[in-house]
Design a protein. Structure first.
Length: 673
């Protein structure tokens, strides 16, 4: 028989069975007397983690956010325009708004207590369960103010309402004074709460002026109709902390101002797409709220989406972010279809979000959050409402800025294709400061390890590599010979790219990874110099290398790391005088300009870098004091045109190259073969 149903062992009372296994055994009796009933706010003090997530620094500052959020709800509802936040000596925080003021009349259910006392001493009591007092709000569970009250050593509340001022004090959630009317007022109204957290719960922690100021600033950005007046006792600001003692925070531009203020990434487009709109109405034309957004499309640097619901930060995202992603993704795909760009079908929401720095704020009725700390929005309708509101406006913005839209689409397509090509490609580790990695056998490295002071020359073939190695500065210049024409990555498959030894050697030498694993900070050289022969074959090899960097390592081009060397084609000598000419036209100009008319000039044509004496190569092409380098750039404003040109000239469709040749053949005066 199962032990659970077997008779108790001899000598063991029925109500005290032996503990199974090695678990601890309690000696106290488990009967009705063991059942505790926690009343009022005692559950909060016993288990603060259930209500504010713990007792650490984040939970400590959550007390401040609950009270400030209540004041913000009054502002968002249109009843307050100004909020004062003051950090005072003794770790006291004061929050005051000019809203309606918490009701002070007797509560209809608890007639012996005022509505104020009910709100501050009873869990799940508040005016935000329905939309009668607030159309939208951040406090929804009716526990915010009461939880704060329970976890404070002392809270002092002052209400200005109906031309009178009322006051009451609490300690650890318990009223220590009655609600008293302290006098009349003519012009003042609103709620003032002043409190200090309980050290019995939080220990010796204190409010951070910098953190509170940043929080107030973010709230002012989120609702352009509010002014937050910040003040802090100067003695509380530590040395090195640039938090102001006083500040007036008001931002008419809302989220767009916030995004411009915080954005540290390099913008892809000059214009920030920002706006606000009502969410689609519900049955019977009932308003569902509104949405505000600000989006900057970034070329490099951190991308991020910061979202909010009813001014509450939602760092874990949620359904409103899903609607935002859907609007951007579907809008860009539709734009690509409109422009007959079939490659747009490959982009995903991750490709788009990886190129945006954005702020999204929604104000909706009865939002559903994950947990009391409200870090994630779970309202099921939010995704559909936000996507519908944003999609139409995004489509209009793209149509109104066609050149920027084309550049944006081209950039996102590049990201998508890069992701597809690189998903199976392994990263190449970098050389550390103390240990050299295995490097390509043909690489002749430099000795200096400071990347910013070094450069690598990519040359065609061992012969050119030999001349370059003799002409280089061994301390700062590395040389990597490449065998002939490298793979055309614009028309090759991922498998061919991964199998190509020349490109594997190049990636390994640079040490910064490739594709979505590219990290420019790990680049082993400050400059990458493409040094090919001054002829058609050399130009072809240079084009293939530039295509490789453009498609596989675009951040190196954006960072200004890629250069083209300019070796001369001719050496002109007369007696002790020697000059160099880049091409035929330059040769004739220099003979006329730099030498005496009628005198004989010895003209030597370099068949290639491998045939050029190391002295000439150093003097004309490799010595920073005398050489000329061309920086390879891809202007963000011409991204769409650049992408189209690379695709037509280097891609898999030969008919596009043929069309280009036909259109530009008449512009070629002479081919020097």
């Amino acid at each position: 028989m199962n032990d659970l149903f077997s008779a108790p062992a001899e000598g063991t009372p029925d109500d005290e069975p032996k503990a199974p296994g090695n678990g601890p055994k309690t000696t106290a009796r488990y009967d009705a007397s063991a059942i505790e009933v926690l009343e009022g706010l005692e559950p909060v003090r016993r288990r603060p983690g259930m209500y504010i997530g713990g007792t650490d620094d984040n939970a400590y500052h959550h007390l401040a956010s609950e009270i400030i959020d209540n004041a913000m709800d009054e502002a968002v509802a249109g009843h307050a325009s100004t909020i004062d936040v003051a950090l005072e000596p003794g770790n006291w925080l004061m929050v005051r708004d000019n809203g309606r003021g918490i009701p002070v009349d007797p509560h209809p259910k608890f007639k012996d207590r005022s509505a104020l006392e009910v709100i501050l001493t009873t869990l799940h009591a508040g005016g935000k369960f329905s939309d009668k007092a607030y159309a939208t709000s951040g406090g929804l569970h009716g526990v915010g103010s009461s939880v704060v009250n329970a976890l404070t050593a002392r809270m002092e509340v002052e209400i200005a309402r109906d031309r009178a001022v009322w006051r009451q004090a609490y300690e650890r959630g318990i009223p220590i004074t009655t609600l008293e009317k302290v006098g009349p007022t003519q012009n003042r109204r609103g709620t003032q709460i002043r409190f200090t957290p309980d050290p019995q719960i939080f220990g010796a922690q204190g409010f951070s002026p910098a953190r509170l100021y940043k929080f107030c600033r973010s709230k002012a950005f989120l609702f352009r109709g509010v002014t937050i007046r910040w003040s802090c006792d100067p003695t509380l600001i530590r040395n090195g902390d640039d938090t102001p003692a006083e500040a007036v925070l008001h931002f008419p531009g809302g989220l767009a101002d916030s995004l411009r203020d915080e954005m540290g990434a390099q913008p892809l487009l000059a214009e920030v797409w920002a706006g606000e709109a009502d969410l689609p109405t519900g049955p019977g034309g009932k308003a569902n709220g509104r949405v505000e957004w600000a989006v900057a499309f970034v070329e490099q640097g951190p991308s991020a989406l910061a979202s909010f619901c009813n001014t509450i930060p939602t760092p874990l995202g949620g359904t409103h972010e899903a609607g935002f992603r859907g609007a951007l993704l579907k809008g860009l795909r539709a734009w690509g279809e409109q422009r007959s760009n079939k490659r747009a079908a490959a982009i995903t929401a991750e490709d788009v979000l990886g190129a945006v720095a954005a702020k999204l704020s929604v104000f909706i009725r009865d939002p559903h959050f994950q947990g009391q700390t409200k870090e994630k929005l779970t309202s099921p309708d939010a995704a559909r409402l936000v996507e519908t509101a944003l999609r139409d406006r995004f489509d209009h913005w793209l149509a109104g800025h066609p050149q920027q839209a084309d550049n944006l689409l081209a950039f996102i397509i590049e990201r998508a294709e890069e992701r597809l090509r690189r998903r199976d490609l392994k990263d190449t580790p970098r050389k550390s400061a103390t240990r050299r990695l295995r490097l390509p056998g043909k690489l002749t490295d430099c000795t200096r390890e400071n990347a910013a002071e070094t450069e690598i020359f990519l040359v065609e073939g061992d012969s050119a590599g030999g001349s370059a190695k003799q002409a280089r500065n061994r301390e700062t210049q590395a040389v990597l010979p490449l065998k002939g024409k490298i793979l055309n990555v614009a028309s090759a498959s991922t498998e061919k790219l991964r199998a190509n030894q020349e490109l594997r050697d190049l990636v390994e030498a640079l040490g910064c990874g490739i594709g979505d694993k590219l990290d420019p900070d790990r680049l082993r050289y400050g400059r990458i110099v493409i040094m090919t022969d001054a002829d058609v074959d050399g130009a072809h090899i240079a084009s293939l290398l530039m295509t490789f960097f453009y498609r596989e390592m675009p951040a190196l081009i954006r960072g200004g790391h890629i250069f083209l060397a300019q070796p001369p084609l001719y050496r002109l000598t007369q007696g002790a005088k020697t000059v160099y000419a880049m091409d035929d036209r330059d040769r004739e100009r220099r003979i006329t300009r730099d030498f005496k008319a009628g005198s004989k000039v010895e003209v030597s044509r370099f068949k290639g870098l491998g045939e050029m004496p190391p002295g000439d190569l150093k003097r004309t092409t490799m010595d920073p004091a005398t050489r000329t380098l061309l920086r390879v750039v891809a202007p963000p404003e011409d991204r769409a045109a650049t992408s189209e040109r690379v695709e037509s000239l280097m891609g898999r469709r030969p008919e596009l190259r043929f069309q280009f040749i036909q259109e530009h053949a008449r512009s070629v005066d002479m081919l020097d073969i």
